[in-house]
Design a protein around this ligand. Structure first.
Ligand code: 13P
Length: 293
């Protein structure tokens, strides 16, 4: 059931758990996320970056695919289709294409410009019944060609952005997209605490969910994080399972390969199952299982 993300995240904040945002890249990814959420009675957010949407053919393709899968697979748990790290143009395009939620990432802009554009997009999103996430302080590392400096958010700036009416807020607290470097110092829980106090109980978003130790994830949830973004982890397990399948010779293009393991539906299956297992593991950690009722 496609919905915006506001209510599911307010419930998560009140219930002290987090909803997983899992990035999708294609049909297999989307099916894996949807079917796991349904089996586990968990709300879920399907995230789509600008690069992934371009790869799949455009925002309209993604919206049509997710809506059709949601219907044809009989998904009844709440599912939000969310633009991840969108620029101003992408945010507007997704509202037109039928997304139920957008993230406008104005964190690389001068703060006043971030405020102006966020304000405009809040009005456009809400007029369409969509939820909107904004960002203050950038997430470190690179995702889909977009690099952030990993700057820690200022709680006063977070308050200003929240007061514009955004539904949930991503704030840089030392988190990084992709694999964390060995000398990473951990999340700034002290800053998260201050942001949580200054932002009127709004659900907070933790990007860079791959590679953060479980205990730190739990601490972040205890300090107001209600949405956790995961991308790299699913990419890693998908690649690992596919490489293993090929290394075992199962995709060999020979007449002796009676299983015809090069059939794309067989070739992509181990990766699909690996994503399902990773999504389940994250839902268990975030505490969202059974929360769709
Ligand atoms: P990871 O790729 O580190 O899991 O981060 C995902 C993310 O934050 C998407 O916005």
């Amino acid at each position: 059931m496609l919905v915006n993300a506001t209510e599911m995240l307010r419930k998560a904040k009140a219930g002290h758990y987090a909803v997983g945002h899992f990035n999708t890249n294609n049909l297999e990814w989307t099916k894996a996320i949807l079917t796991t959420a349904q089996e586990q009675r968990s709300p879920v957010i399907i995230g789509v970056s600008m690069g992934a949407a371009k790869y799949m053919g455009g925002y309209k393709v993604v919206a049509a695919m997710v809506r059709a899968l949601d219907e044809c697979l009989g998904i009844t748990v709440p599912v939000a289709l969310h633009l991840d790290h969108g620029n101003y143009e992408a945010a507007k395009a997704c509202l037109e294409a039928g997304f139920t939620s957008i993230m406008f990432d104005g964190s690389s802009l001068p703060f006043e410009e971030n405020v102006e554009k966020t304000k405009e997009l809040v009005a456009l999103a809400h007029a369409k019944g969509c939820s909107i996430e904004a960002e203050v302080g950038s997430i470190g590392g690179t995702e889909d060609g977009i690099t952030g400096e990993g700057e820690v958010a200022d709680p006063a700036e977070c308050r200003k952005i929240v007061d514009l009416g955004v539904d949930f807020l991503a704030a840089g607290i030392g988190n990084i997209h992709g694999i964390y470097p060995k000398n990473w110092k951990g999340l700034r829980i002290d800053v998260l605490e201050k942001i949580n106090e200054s932002t009127n109980n709004i659900p907070l978003v933790l990007h860079g969910g791959t590679g953060i130790p479980d205990e730190m994830i739990k601490e972040a949830i205890a300090h107001g994080v209600s949405k956790i973004n995961v991308n790299t982890d699913c990419q890693l397990v998908f690649a690992e399972a596919t490489i293993k399948y090929c290394a075992e010779g199962k995709a060999n293009p020979t007449a002796e390969n009676k299983e015809k393991g090069y059939d794309p539906r067989k070739l992509l299956k181990p990766g699909y199952e690996a994503i399902r297992a990773k999504v389940l593991e994250k839902m268990q950690l975030f505490g969202s299982i059974g929360k769709a009722e």
